[in-house]
Design a protein around this ligand. Structure first.
Ligand code: PMT
Length: 228
């Protein structure tokens, strides 16, 4: 048996959207298909890691060798991630977590009001799962994704520092061929090296190929950082 680059490492990955209920039949969500996160989980398992995938609702098969915990809301995703904190070496947040949820989930289906053409929903902020994982102790090596439609590297760099991450994958989602739901992706990897950030654009590729390449780069960086 050859030793693989991720042998002995425990990797936890979030994937897919979260779904925030409004009432028993409606929810707020987004277009994440889970493809990128599931490709990362498959690649991590192929590279020898013990992989836990914490997944929002998607229509994908769980990759071979991966343990998957399905969740629905951001709060459930947070609980599942926190429960794995002590057994996680690398945490990769690929999920498109809803930033807000309804302040109150209606117990019964919200009825259409006759004579009222507008309605107001009050939303409250969801917890930031990635920022919370990067703050607590023990703190896994934390990798985020940044889905942006403009100033992609600039906003990704902001998130890298603000959320106290080790690395972030900047994803331009303004191009429908390379973001939500697509089979391909093109990203830029930002690695935090002390005061300095190394910026590595990666070529466009299938999400499977890109996942493998991203993991190889992240594993090299992780191992460099572990050295005294
Ligand atoms: O699922 P696919 O269809 O394959 O599409 C892939 C993708 C576009 C969803 C993926 O490549 C991607 O970019 N994922 C991150 C989407 C996102 O929500 O980005 P963000 O910039 O809003 O969030 C920044 C980071 O914080 C992300 O790592 C996110 O997982 C994390 N986050 C955000 C909000 C929150 N409440 N908790 C979080 O953990």
């Amino acid at each position: 048996n050859t030793v693989q680059p991720a042998t002995g490492l425990r990797i936890t990955i979030t994937a897919g959207p979260t779904r925030e209920p409004l009432d028993p039949v409606r929810y707020l969500s987004n277009h994440s298909s889970g493809k990128m996160g599931y490709a990362l989980a498959a690649a991590a398992a192929e590279l020898g890691a013990e992989v836990h995938l914490i997944s929002g609702p998607v229509q994908l098969a769980v990759p071979a060798g991966v343990q998957c915990l399905p969740v629905t809301t951001a709060e459930e995703m947070l609980q599942a991630c926190e429960a794995r904190r002590n057994q996680t070496d690398l945490f990769i947040a690929c999920a498109a977590v809803a930033d807000y949820r309804a302040e109150q989930v209606a117990e019964h289906k919200i009825k259409k009001q006759s004579g009222q053409d507008a309605m107001t929903l009050t939303l409250v902020k969801n917890p930031d799962i990635l920022a919370q994982m990067a703050t607590g102790s023990p703190r896994p090596f934390c990798v985020g994704f940044a889905a942006e439609t403009q100033n992609v590297e600039g906003y990704a760099q902001d998130k890298l520092l603000r959320k106290n991450l080790d690395a972030i994958v900047a994803n331009d989602v303004s191009d429908p061929g390379i973001g939500f739901g697509s089979d391909d992706n093109r990203v830029t990897l930002l690695l935090r090296k002390g005061e300095h950030t190394e910026i590595r654009p990666l070529p466009q590729n299938s999400k499977q190929q890109l996942a493998r390449q991203l993991l190889l780069e992240l594993l090299t960086f992780y191992k460099e950082q572990q050295q005294p």
